[in-house]
Write a protein that binds this ligand. Sequence first.
Ligand SMILES: *Cc1c(COP(=O)(O)O)cnc(C)c1O
Length: 219
Amino acid sequence: MNERREEIRVALNRVKNEIPDYVTLIVVTKTFPVSDVEILYELGERNFGENRDDEGVEKSTILPKDSIWHFQGNLQSKKIRSIVSWADFIHSLDKASHASKINEIAHSIGKIQKVFIQVKLDSGLGSDDRSGINPSDFNQFLVELEGLKNIEIVGVMGVAPLGADPAPGFELLYKLSLKLQSIKPGATFISAGMSGDFPVALQFGATHIRIGSSILGTR
Ligand SMILES: *Cc1c(COP(=O)(O)O)cnc(C)c1O
């Protein structure tokens, strides 16, 4: 345990040295044990990212209440009720039907659910394996979300295409963020950048970066 703590501490510091203070580091703890999240908490981290509802339920129940939980996995309709019960932020909203379900459930428990709109950043590259709305549907999607009073759109989120230069995708995300802010001035967050590409995401205005393997090791 002490050895693991030292390993995490060193890796965490290395990453944090490359991130300005105004950027929120979300440590992606998916697939790693609760004991690792507890170490991160002791080291001062508060923002944790999970891709699966069951792991999020387990870890958020055990960690202290001032931990902040980010759901960033694929949303499934039947999991939304549970996810809304523990996730402070949902990063992966990309369907209007999911938005109305989130809104309905959040309303029923008296919560305003914070969400990022996930945008597909590789639509021009022929691959179709990333979630997110198509950039060309962005305005229409905003219209569809109007009037959902228990959802607060906080910003945009994107995952850069695998094996390609991440810069064009992050630039696109930045432009969409400006478009969003022209309609909703408070929605200033940009969730972008993972272990392999976060320095580039920072160049394009990322406010929230999601890092797993550089801190916790390979999964
Ligand atoms: C797993 C994951 C991350 C973290 O990836 P690393 O390469 O381990 O840093 C970030 N964002 C999303 C959406 C993920 O699924």
